[in-house]
Design a protein around this ligand. Structure first.
Ligand code: SF4
Length: 424
């Protein structure tokens, strides 16, 4: 059994809190994680070791239960959250990505638990028999779109492993990354009687997808409804490292393959990249760098995720303590609302509504040189835009960034960014 620093200790000392967080994280492998005890006064909280992953049979047994697939009859009004999931199919649970801002490991585990193909197809058939089903499956996936049936190559190695991610800082050589079972499943589902379209709306892990051009081709040709959401989160390697996310280069390579596959399929479609501002480890200067990257690549985000600390995530410990619990190093953290707004305004460099704050941010970051009418500027000077219409670019030359030629309109149900693909 592992004894954590006591409640009183972590309350009084942030370094003890960070130590607690690290100790906890290293006990999340269900095959070697130990039970945990944390003293609280003269009592203690006992934390059971993580549950073992469900086998394929157990997963099938669970999903074969006779769910009604409708809200409880006590609800008479339309439930928006239900609308987004009523025609989607879960193929697997868990995630071995280990992104520090996410607590899926604590919810569903690090080991992927997949359903059999037969079980998924049974559910698809049941769905096609439902009243009101229009033939469109809105998602086929899970926490991640493309981890179906992926797992450590060797059970003994997996049982002994203490890594927090199978894909960071690089894809582990023991990880089986074959996309063939998923490609087969995608094909069979879309060929089911009564199914007209099958979309994949779960997030694609592009460092894995890079290994399967065939998966990307299938995705672009059959499973994308004009836009595909992906989450590069940032462009700065140091920040991405704090998130345990792959380099932006990996995203760019994926974008290139996806755009080419879309062209080959004769489809005009776009990537919708998501970014996070204010993640621990990301400074105002890093956000200026992100804004310059967005502008250079013709990307105009319409929404950006301001970092939200979620319970038990590693990044939440960074946010609270200012310490990276995994390395013990200090981490810069933006906590003030004003600082968060300044960061957000930079990412909206293209929108006149945000220019006053973006100018303030640039001055604060010592980058007033990026305010101006020259081509390299992020936002125009105040005098040049007096009276400019909110939300529209000024008539001055230069800012804000134009869309890259191929990647089109700012549309979309979630609509956070305009389409993008690297210039070729
Ligand atoms: S050895 Fe590699 S693939 Fe296997 S569980 Fe550990 S990190 Fe994941």
């Amino acid at each position: 059994m592992l004894v954590l620093p006591s409640y009183e200790e972590v309350l009084a000392d942030k370094a003890a809190f960070a130590r607690m967080s690290k100790l906890f994280q290293y006990e999340t492998n269900p095959f070697n994680g130990r039970p945990i005890l944390q003293p609280h006064g003269d009592e203690a909280v006992y934390f059971e070791r993580p549950a073992l992953p469900l086998s394929e049979d157990e997963m099938d047994g669970l999903y074969d239960l006779p769910f009604a697939r409708v809200p409880h009859p006590s609800y008479s009004e339309r439930i928006p959250a239900f609308e987004t999931v009523k025609s989607s199919i879960v193929t697997m649970r868990g995630c071995f990505g280990g992104c520090t801002f996410c607590s899926i490991t604590e919810h569903e585990g690090r080991v992927i638990q997949s359903r059999s193909e037969a079980s998924v197809l049974r559910e698809v058939r049941a769905l096609t028999r439902m009243r009101g089903f229009d033939g469109v499956l809105t998602d086929l996936g899970g926490p991640t779109a493309n981890m179906y049936k992926m797992r450590c190559k060797d059970e003994r190695t997996e049982s002994a492993c203490r890594r927090l991610s199978c894909v960071h800082p690089g894809i582990c050589e023991n990880l089986q990354t074959d996309h063939a079972p998923l490609i087969d499943l995608m094909k069979k589902v879309r060929e089911e009687k009564g199914v007209k379209r099958v979309f994949i709306a779960s997030g694609v892990r592009y460092d894995l997808a890079e290994r399967s051009p065939e998966f990307v081709r299938e995705l672009a040709k059959h499973h994308t409804g004009g836009q595909l959401s992906v989450a590069p989160e940032h462009n700065n390697d140091r920040v991405l490292d704090k998130m345990k996310k792959p380099s932006i280069k990996s995203y760019e390579r994926f974008a290139d393959t996806f755009c080419r596959a879309s062209e080959e399929a004769g489809k005009d479609q776009y990537l919708v990249p998501y970014f996070i501002t204010g993640h621990p480890g990301s400074s105002l200067a890093d956000t200026v760098e992100l804004a310059l990257y967005l502008k250079k690549n013709g990307m105009r985000p319409r929404q950006v995720q301001d970092f939200i600390p979620t319970p038990m995530a590693v990044a939440t410990t960074m946010y609270y303590t200012g310490i990276d619990p995994l390395t013990g190093e200090p981490v810069p953290v933006a906590r003030e609302l004003r600082d968060k707004r300044l960061m957000k305004a930079l990412v909206f460099y293209w929108d006149a509504q945000h220019w006053p704050l973006a100018r303030e941010a640039l001055k604060k970051a010592g980058r007033a040189d990026l305010i101006g009418s020259h081509a390299g500027a992020l936002v125009p000077p105040e005098w040049a835009t007096a009276g400019a219409q909110v939300g529209r670019a000024p008539s001055t030359k230069g800012p804000p960034g134009r869309a890259s030629a191929k990647r089109g309109p700012r549309t979309g149900k979630r609509g956070p960014a305009r389409g993008y693909g690297p210039k070729r």
